[in-house]
Design a protein around this ligand. Structure first.
Ligand code: ADP
Ligand code: MG
Length: 267
């Protein structure tokens, strides 16, 4: 396989059919380079989660291959090369915040002192210092999601897979977490694959937006978002931000998703 040295994810001709007969993905090919922030966008049911799960080796493709850091996705999961954040923070209620963040480190066999040091750093990063001893249910939804981000980042994964991590949050919390996520991404120099169905969120966060079309899920278009880095609050007011939003919307429309100019569910 020909892939450049800085390719983190290489997806080649991936298809997925479920036993129910649903073909969720067909002929997906995509390379993601080190340091990219790639969003997958498309309406509900177009196969975004399925694709993310295949990259993360949580489910297997029916055909095609996924190479992560130069090795099969399965090996990348075992190593582990990536952290995953789902829509609902999957935290353990009987563990404190600190012990939720340290869970992957325990599994990796880090000693107590090293774990404690790292948990402290991670909670600083997501601005949750002081909540170490709290239980997840004592935190707001946005704080819980930050705990799951801290956990996913705790072992310095080369790759962060995020499935609509802010989908359940109010708009203001979401915009704030968008900014925090970008700061983390910059600091950690990681690579992110981010699933969303929000056009502005995809444009704001990404270096590339992959627009998917439904049934079967295919890549309809890939849009480079060459807005200046770092993205700030002003980014959302930049006329070029709106140009990119329009480009993504038109790509979705070309994929048959937006029958009219108004499709509120996509915002
Ligand atoms: P998205 O994340 O874009 O909303 P999904 O990847 O969850 O879409 O689903 C894509 C399609 O595959 C949908 O039609 C969904 O019903 C179907 N699907 C997803 N997971 C399964 C499964 N485990 N078994 C059967 N069908 C599934
Ligand atoms: Mg999904």
């Amino acid at each position: 396989m020909s892939q450049s040295a800085d390719t983190v994810v290489s997806i080649t001709d991936v298809s997925k059919s479920f036993r129910t007969g649903v073909t969720a993905l067909q002929g997906i090919s995509l390379d993601i380079r080190q340091g990219e922030f790639v969003s997958l966008i498309g309406p509900s049911g177009c196969g975004k989660s399925t694709l993310l799960r295949i990259i993360g080796d949580l489910i297997q493709p029916s055909s095609g291959s996924v190479i992560v850091n130069g090795k099969p996705a399965h090996q990348a999961r075992l190593d582990p090369d990536y952290g995953i954040v789902f829509q609902d923070a999957v935290l353990y209620d009987w563990r404190t915040v600190a012990r939720n963040v340290s869970l992957p480190l325990e599994m990796l066999g880090w000693d107590r002192a090293r774990r404690r040091e790292r948990v402290k750093e991670m909670l600083e990063l997501v601005e949750l210092t002081g909540f170490e001893s709290n239980r997840p249910w004592q935190l707001s939804g946005g704080m819980q999601q930050r705990v799951s981000i801290a956990r996913a980042l705790s072992f310095d994964p080369a790759l962060l897979l995020m499935d609509e991590p802010f989908g359940a949050l109010d708009e203001m919390t979401r915009e704030r977490l968008n900014m925090e996520l970008l700061q983390i991404w910059e600091k950690a120099r990681s690579t992110v694959v981010f699933v969303t169905h929000s056009i502005p969120e995809a444009v704001y966060l990404s270096t590339r937006v992959v627009v998917m079309s439904a049934r079967p899920g295919q890549i309809a278009d890939v849009i480079d978002v060459d807005l200046p880095q770092p993205r700030t609050a002003e980014t959302r007011e930049d006329p070029r931000f709106f140009e990119h939003v329009t480009a993504v919307r038109e790509a979705l429309a070309a994929g048959g998703h937006l029958p009219s100019a108004t499709a509120p569910e996509l915002f």
